[in-house]
Design a protein around this ligand. Sequence first.
Ligand SMILES: Cc1ncc(COP(=O)(O)O)c(C=O)c1O
Length: 403
Amino acid sequence: MSDLDLAQEARRLDAADALRAKREEFALDDHDTTVYLDGNSLGALPRAVPARLADVVEREWGRLRIRSWTESGWWTAPERVGDRIGRLVGAAPGQVVAGDSTSVNVFKAVVAAARLAADGDGGRDEILVDAATFPTDGYIAASAARLTGCRIRAVDAGDVASAAGPRTAVALVNHVDYRTGRLHDLPGTTAAVHAAGGRVVWDLCHSAGALPVALDADGVDLAVGCTYKYLNGGPGSPAYLYVRRELQPRFDSPLPGWNSHADPFGMSPQYAPADGAVRGRVGTPDILSLLALEAALDVWDGVAVEAVRAKSLALTDFFLRCVAAYVPGGRLECVTPTAHDERGSQVSLRCADADEVMAELVRRGVVGDFRRPDVLRFGFTPLYTGFADAERAARVLAEVLGP
Ligand SMILES: Cc1ncc(COP(=O)(O)O)c(C=O)c1O
């Protein structure tokens, strides 16, 4: 197909896109200036956030000051925002708390899961970690293992199900691989780890807001994720922790800060954990970031994650078609699976001099990112990425790579 045909097809697909009006809710450059394909790293700014943040700063903090902890709902914001995230990851209210970073939540979840295993039938001293994990998860899991008397076994995420056995205390797995964009089998892996008697912690950083996640329905024990990618919470916005309702009474946090106390203002020297998702809190929440995230989540009102997923797959399919049509064979290797049930919402392409190629793409207004040693990553965020964006990105990529 010629460039003209694909450009026309992109216009037709954009015109038929039920989500296309959503783009107006974000602060983005004109399509012709910048194609933003890095929402899998830092989501774009929802337009409603600056005014809400100004109100939080000027009125809630500036005028109400300390009263805002109750009158503006600051104290309960971690659970309130957690429930809104929960809706996007298939968690009924009362199981998700927003706060801290993903790294810190991985720590809480893995240590708590290992402690649950120690309470059980004993002899479980193995923490399975996805061998290609985002590094922070691996570092934290290694420390969690040292603290709980476990050892780490690294296995491919796709092999966790078969690797889990009588020694497995917990498996820590990424739902979507950050480098390749491969989507792992959450229901099947969870069921297999459970059948082996272990617990599973999922890292949802690259799936929440990009594709349906059914934490409750799939029986997940614990999950964590960030909110600055597909949830558009802003740089460093708080992460979240899901603790399945049945496990909450036995969730023994390794970071039992005063915010997770049953009576935080009792100021008791003895720790007594609160019930419910609150048990996952630690210290004073980062209110400005948390309320910016809360405002950012408004863009999800009335949006079905299933519709986002359908558009995400259509966008990545279309981008791959455009790349195949425009880029001469042999220049790129696609490391993202083509099968829909194995693909997240990004396309990763391997090529020579990938760092220089990405730098040139950014100069020409196509913003993806580069992961060492040789991967170009293009993230597709269906709330604001269009088919014309995908077509232009592929065309500029072909121009940069040359004939
Ligand atoms: C899969 C995954 N886990 C964890 C993190 C980062 O964790 P944190 O929010 O603590 O920086 C990232 C960041 O990109 C990630 O992709």
